[in-house]
Ligand binder design. Sequence first.
Ligand SMILES: Nc1ccn([C@@H]2O[C@H](COP(=O)(O)OP(=O)(O)OP(=O)(O)O)[C@@H](O)[C@H]2O)c(=O)n1
Ligand SMILES: C[C@](O)(CO)[C@H](O)COP(=O)(O)O
Length: 225
Amino acid sequence: MYYQAIVLAAGQGKRMQAGHNKQFLTIGQKPLIVHTLTVFDKDPWCESITLVVSKADKELMAEVLTSQLWATAINMADGGSERQESVLMGLEALPKNNGMVFIHDGARPFVTVERLHALAEACQQHQAALLAVPVTDTIKVRRGNRLETMDRGLLWAAQTPQAFDYQLIYDAHVAAKADGVLGTDDASLVERLERDVFIVEGSYDNIKLTTPEDLYKAEAYLNGK
Ligand SMILES: Nc1ccn([C@@H]2O[C@H](COP(=O)(O)OP(=O)(O)OP(=O)(O)O)[C@@H](O)[C@H]2O)c(=O)n1
Ligand SMILES: C[C@](O)(CO)[C@H](O)COP(=O)(O)O
C-alpha cells in the first residue's frame, strides 16, 4: 500500500514567538522539521514527500534538507498565506495526481509509522480518514451568560495526518476555495461535501508544537523515549 505525503511547513509560527518559523527550532538536537520528515522517510509505504515551504524559508530549508541523507524523494513546493492555501498548492505540486495522499503538519513530529499504517488502511477502505483522540476536558459552549455542556462522548480532537483519495481532497479544496470557505483542517472540507470521514484513534503524544510551552512537552517526550 502506497501514499504520497504533503508536509506543511509554510507557516510563520507566530504563536511560538521564536522570531522565525518554528520548523527550524532545535528539539532533541535536530530541527523540528527533520524529526517530522524522518517519520515519513522511514515508512516504506511513503512514495514521496512534498514539503510545502514559504518562499522566504526556501533557502534555509534546502540547507536543512542537505544536512542528512534521505531514502525518500523530498520535493519542495511553495506555500500560501493560509494553511488551506498551502495544502492546495501542495496537492497541485504532487509528483503523481492520483492514489492516496497524506496531509501532515510539519509541526507534529511525534506521529508513528504504526499509526501511519493504520491510517492508510482506513483510507484505502473509506477514501477519507484522520487521526484524532477523544477529548478529555469538559467542553462548554458559551452564548452570553448561558452555558451548554457538550456530550464529551461525541467529541474528538482532530490531528494530522489526514488521509484522502487524491481526487476527493483536491475537489474538496477547489470547492472550498470557490465558496470562500476556510477550514481549520482538511477533513472539514470533505465533511461539507457530505462525504464520510473515518476516525482512526491517534495518540495524545502526537502533539502540534504551537506555543512555547509545547517545547517542554516535546523535550520531555524525547527524553522519555
Ligand atoms: N500558511 C500556512 C500556515 C500554516 N502552515 C503549516 O501548517 C501547520 C499547522 O499550522 P500552525 O501550527 O498554525 O502553524 P503556523 O501557521 O506556523 O503557526 P501560527 O498560526 O502560530 O503562526 C504548520 O506545520 C505550518 O507550517 C502552512 O504550511 N502554511
Ligand atoms: C489541522 C490541525 O492540526 C488539526 O488539529 C489544526 O487545526 C491546524 O492548526 P491550528 O492550530 O488549528 O491553526
